[in-house]
Unconditional design. Structure first.
Length: 108
């Protein structure tokens, strides 16, 4: 069975979408993600531009400006909904962790 596209987000996907709550150029995203995460998450330019094309194709972001090879992007309502779904998924994982951590009789 094929995995549903964007059912869950990688950290690079998550932070790319999060960056785009404000209009940004691709190069701005490359700088902003490490800044947002204290350097914990890095995105390579090849990965970023692949993600941007995929997000555009899925209607999760929109292209707002083109100046030569430079393009800027902004998250759409569909992209915001995907981010919110991912946050709910992560919160559920955290809740499960808190519920079961330290319980000696719990078997995973």
């Amino acid at each position: 069975m094929a995995r549903e596209r964007f059912r869950t987000l990688t950290e690079q996907m998550f932070y790319t979408l999060l960056c785009l709550k404000e209009e940004r150029w691709g190069m701005d995203i490359l700088d902003r993600v490490p800044e947002m995460t204290g350097g914990r998450v890095q995105i390579g330019s090849g990965t970023l531009y692949t993600l941007l094309e995929q997000f555009l194709g899925e209607g999760m972001i929109t292209e707002t400006q083109v100046q030569g090879r430079r393009r800027s992007y902004l998250i759409t309502e569909k992209g915001k909904a995907m981010l919110e779904a991912e946050v709910r998924r992560l919160e559920a994982q955290l809740q499960d962790y808190r519920l079961y951590i330290g319980k000696e009789d719990t078997v995973c």
